[in-house]
Ligand binder design. Structure first.
Ligand SMILES: *Cc1c(COP(=O)(O)O)cnc(C)c1O
Length: 395
């Protein structure tokens, strides 16, 4: 790899220089008031990014996966029933974690490339008259397939079934890049990490609990110690932490929230959408298809691109790394070897995206695919030219 090139993996994402500097700070006593001046604004910033008035936000030295475990172990008891759709590697892993915690899974098997079937959820929830199902899990953006699911539709399914199950959402590859409305969608727990939309190194699990989820903590009996939000919450109340916090990352997170809010969340989402539009225009110019089966499912943070039958898509990723020093994402699980992924979230400009598209073209041509050099680049250039707006002077 070359450190001069941006990465095009769907996390960890490229880090803006200012955030790299924010993370790189001298040692600070986390029992001093200086720490509180980082912690509390970071919690307030994340709450704003999540569009929530009422959520309690917690940070664990961990990653998104630890955020899943925080959500499950703090609110559920062994044998509780959980509803989930499996439509990619990340929803699969969350289901697997539930099973390993002794939860009873009701899984809606869903073809990879499709979104969460809210109508099936509604049928299942309506049939569950005894309210055995305690939680519905939803992976907002399936990073393995580049599929965005409709969380408002999942909420509507719960409401239509008049079912009291909580709604937990994995927003690891959507939050801070695509619109996320914790309160409007009635999300009870939102999970993310530091290394995707927040443009930081990996190392923080970021979790937000609704008042209902906070109430469920009192009766849940799954074992938890490190991830117990009661210890975490009590410590926050005393301006502290139950153990040693990742202070630099929290400082970075505070600044990242400021950066996103200064840009304006709507502008952040619009930037991701138009960069993604350019990537998709390139894919179609190459004569290739996305794994996501219809435009309403297209993710604005990652595109999983199907390669022709008989071609190993992973070769593109290997060749890009070995020859051009550029990182793309491999296909995972069921779509391993069938897709390669272009991550387009976080700190990214049109110009950076064009360099990734150009590199993908070179790799595909080198490997004998029938790609006209410049075709995808030209298609993306048209999208970017036509949608460009004057840049605001840097603050
Ligand atoms: C990256 C990712 C995860 C896993 O997060 P880690 O921080 O690697 O533990 C979970 N879900 C989704 C949708 C992701 O994109």
């Amino acid at each position: 790899m070359s450190f001069q090139n941006p990465v095009f993996i769907p996390g960890p994402t490229n880090m803006p220089e200012s955030l790299r500097r924010a993370v790189d700070m001298p040692t600070l006593d986390h029992r001093s008031s200086l720490f509180a001046e980082i912690l509390h604004p970071a919690r307030a910033g994340v709450k704003q990014v999540l569009k929530s008035q009422t959520a309690e936000v917690f940070f664990f030295p961990s990653t998104g996966t630890g955020g899943w475990e925080t959500a499950l172990t703090n609110t559920l008891s062994p044998g509780d029933t959980v509803l989930a759709a499996r439509n990619g590697m990340f929803s699969h892993r969350w289901i697997d974690m539930c099973q390993r915690h002794g939860l009873d899974m009701q899984v809606v098997e869903t073809p990879w490339g499709q979104g969460i079937p809210a109508d099936r959820f509604q049928e299942i929830l309506t049939a569950d008259t005894g309210h055995r199902i305690k939680v519905a899990l939803a992976t907002h953006n399936e990073t393995a397939t580049g599929v965005k699911s409709d969380i408002a539709a999942v909420r509507a399914a719960l409401d239509a079934a008049n079912h009291p199950a909580m709604l937990f959402v994995d927003g690891v590859s959507s939050i801070a890049s695509m619109d996320f409305r914790m309160d409007d969608w009635g999300v009870d727990i939102a999970v993310t990490g530091s290394q995707k939309g927040f443009m930081l190194p990996a190392g923080l699990a970021i979790v937000a609990f609704s008042p209902r989820a906070m109430a469920a903590v009192e009766t849940a009996t799954l074992p938890r110690t490190f991830f117990d939000i009661r210890d975490m919450g009590r410590s926050y109340g005393a301006n502290g932490y139950p153990y040693t916090p990742a202070v630099g990352l929290l400082n970075g997170l505070n600044q990242s929230c400021q950066m996103l809010l200064d840009e304006g969340l709507d502008n952040v989402f619009a930037r991701h959408a138009r960069i993604a539009d350019g990537v998709r225009a390139a894919v179609h110019a190459w004569g290739l298809e996305l794994c996501a089966v219809s435009p309403d499912l297209w993710s604005d943070t990652v595109s999983a691109i199907r390669t022709p039958e008989g071609f190993n898509a992973t070769d593109i990723v290997t060749h890009a790394a070995d020859t051009y020093g550029v990182a793309f994402g491999v296909g995972l699980g069921e779509v391993a070897g069938k897709v390669f992924r272009i991550g387009h979230l976080g700190s990214l400009t049109d110009v950076m995206a064009l360099s990734g598209i150009a590199t993908a073209e070179m790799c595909m041509a080198d490997l004998g695919l029938n790609i006209t050099l410049g075709s995808g680049v030209a298609a993306a250039q048209e999208v970017y030219r036509q949608t460009a707006r004057p840049l605001k002077a840097a603050a």
